[in-house]
Design a protein around this ligand. Structure first.
Ligand code: NAD
Length: 308
């Protein structure tokens, strides 16, 4: 029997993820959305790609929560994306309403599931999901750092003129304007970028990474990025289903790690069949500590606004 996962929100991110999961035959998918006909239409379209990818994974689209029951993973992508000149934080109240409802409904039907939260501002939404579901922290993970790190990898690879496969990068902290790209832990085939590029070039790559989501929003005019976000979620979902134990930067609820307690923020975690199986603590230098604290404070201010 294949794993059953539910994707809540059949918009750009949710549908792109569903397509990747079916193409890879990773799991059977329930695609839920509030908009009538949209999840059904997208699920039908993706089903019809099945024969071409030689995939026997199934997908159903629905406006009813019942088919999501007993899912192993619930991916929350429902809510509003930002518009040009909006920050992710501007979505806080509108998306909190959506996420509260979605989590309440799905957690009741799938009490053993792992939540992967994507809706922005993702660190605060993951914290809301933790509270509303009542699940333990290992089973509520936010997606942000994998995407930010993939963006940093892309820019470093272009700068170095090498394949992104040969670049490793790390971005810590909240998935917002205060995120913390980590040049000391960013390498081209093992060589830290701090030894390859000038300080000014690294700063430019760091700034582009921080603004990478906004850069796409301003080009698209309507909606925000979804191909790379869907690919990032795919890797989290795969690491859970296959129990790969990938080391990935994700939003996790900290209870003392990095000297932080009671808030979600992006840190390297090991992801396996139980969700977050380990949080890895890296040594930060003084400047990194200051930047990380700033980023955590930005998440805390959102969480306070939600009364969490
Ligand atoms: P989208 O507008 O294309 O899709 C959102 C979908 O949510 C729509 O189909 C809408 O009908 C649905 N929806 C709204 N209210 C709902 C409800 N109450 N129940 C069920 N479905 C509901 O947006 P998108 O581009 O897919 O982005 C989705 C979210 O993901 C946004 O908040 C966006 O900011 C966020 N996002 C996060 C990251 C990340 O790195 N964490 C990356 C990309 C996008």
């Amino acid at each position: 029997m294949k794993t059953k996962i539910s994707i809540i929100g059949a918009g750009n991110v949710g549908a792109s993820l569903a397509y990747l999961v079916i193409q890879a035959e990773l799991a059977d998918v329930v695609l839920y959305d509030i908009a009538e006909g949209v999840p059904q239409g997208k699920a039908l379209d993706i089903s019809e790609a099945g024969p071409l990818w030689i995939s026997s994974a199934s997908i159903v689209g629905t406006n009813d929560y019942a088919p999501t029951a007993q899912s192993e993973i619930i991916i929350v992508t429902a809510g509003f994306p930002r518009k040009p000149n909006m920050s992710r934080d501007d979505l806080l109240l509108a998306n909190a309403k959506v996420v509260s409802e979605v989590v309440q409904r799905t957690a009741a039907l799938s009490p053993h599931a792992i939540f992967v939260v994507v809706t922005n501002p993702v660190d605060a939404m993951a914290q809301l999901c933790l509270k509303v579901s009542g699940f333990e922290r290992e089973r509520v993970i936010g997606m942000g750092g994998i995407l930010d790190s993939a963006r940093f990898r892309t820019f470093v690879a272009w700068e170095a003129g090498v394949s992104p496969r040969d670049v490793e990068a790390l971005v810590l902290g909240g998935h917002g304007d205060q995120m913390v790209p980590m040049p000391r832990y960013t390498t081209v085939k093992g060589v830290p970028v701090t030894e390859l590029f000038t300080h000014e070039r690294i700063e430019a790559l760091v700034q582009r990474t921080r603004q990478a989501g906004a850069e796409i929003v301003s080009l698209l005019k309507v909606g925000s990025a979804y191909y790379a976000p869907a690919a990032a979620i795919f890797h989290m979902v795969k690491s859970i289903i296959v129990d790969e134990k990938r080391l990935l930067p994700c939003a996790a609820y900290l209870t003392g790690e990095y000297g932080v307690s009671g808030v979600y923020t992006g840190v390297p975690v090991v992801i396996g069949k139980c969700g977050i199986e380990k949080i890895i603590e890296l040594k930060l230098n003084e400047q990194e500590k200051i930047d990380f604290a700033k980023s955590v404070d930005a998440v805390k201010s959102l969480v306070v606004k939600l009364g969490l």
